[in-house]
Design a protein around this ligand. Sequence first.
Ligand SMILES: Nc1ncnc2c1ncn2[C@@H]1O[C@H](COP(=O)(O)OP(=O)(O)O)[C@@H](O)[C@H]1O
Ligand SMILES: [Mg+2]
Length: 379
Amino acid sequence: MIEETEKFIERFRYKATKAVQVQSKIKQLDKVERLEVDEEDKSTINLRFPPSPRSGTVVVDAEGLTKKYGSLTVLNKIDFKISRGEKIAFVGRNGEGKTTLSRIIIGELDWVGNLKIGHNVKTGYFAQNQDVLLDESKTVLQTIDDIAKGDIRTKIRDMLGAFLFRGDDVEKKVKVLSGGERARLALVKLLLEPSNFLVLDEPTNHLDMRSKDILKQALIKYDGTLIVVSHDRDFLDGIVGKVYEFKHNKIKENIGGIYDFLRKKKIENLKDIERKDKAKNVSAQENVSSNKQKYLEKKEYDRNLRKLRKRLEESELIIEKIEAEIISVDKSFMESGNSSEAHEIDYKKYQDLKEQLNEEMNRWAQYSQEVEEFLQNNS
Ligand SMILES: Nc1ncnc2c1ncn2[C@@H]1O[C@H](COP(=O)(O)OP(=O)(O)O)[C@@H](O)[C@H]1O
Ligand SMILES: [Mg+2]
């Protein structure tokens, strides 16, 4: 929001007709409370995982692993081997089977083929959809108090705070918690229970920046084996050393961090996997020569950019029009003397126009961001 507003101010700073808007945006920005990320604060919650006996060298060994739901094949004869201490990201479009494989590995789903879990592997699992076994009758604080052992006991409230349970929240009973709150509580609990193999399915969905970072630091230090399903590039960066891409009922192993993977796929972020795949399918079907293809792509690019820019310009025209109307209502208000009826009408109109203006400016900000993203993604 701050960035968008600053852009607006920058763009219209020298446009006389926008003076009022620019002033009001500047005021709006002044009012925004800015939170500094407190480095020191973060270090006080130095999460250390409870010690857990080492597992065998091979943690998961799969050969010809197949999973079907009825007639739907999700995984088709996949092979992979996970060794102790490896940290692996599961990425790919929705519906490609990341959750399914996670649940197979932790023993929640059946499968066909070979799958061996190594000696002494102690698994902790965070489910994408939390209907985990939390005791409904306990409070948030009790839930954690009952399992935390050792040094971390002095930091229970800090930890809960870091995962967004503030003040009286910790006295809430589990049964009244929202889905997001349950997910966060389950995560704290998981981090405090001894395990040597963590399987986390989209753990960051309900976290804010700070709790995400605390989780990230904890996972970097974690010396067990880790699988993490996530679409969050910046979260994965620094944690994982291997990426499994789920696609067409198979998985493809990529050695290296998440940015190595993105570079290899020539995409900016993990959401682009979907778009990139679609684009490829279209071009394969059309099967046109590469020159013609390039020409068509360029044309398509120009057309899309033109469309986005046109929308932005139209929005600017609408803003100018509303502003002109506001000025004229203002004038009418001044000239209507003491007639309170006329004042009221003008005031109502004025309010309406202000509202319209606000909506259109939000739209404008959105459009201008889309143009920028388009240029970035296609450069
Ligand atoms: N219990 C189930 N019964 C039938 N189909 C399922 C079930 N669970 C998942 N699926 C289907 O299996 C596919 C893979 O789902 P999922 O493993 O959740 O993918 P991802 O986690 O990669 O988004 C999807 O097409 C999904 O609709
Ligand atoms: Mg999933």
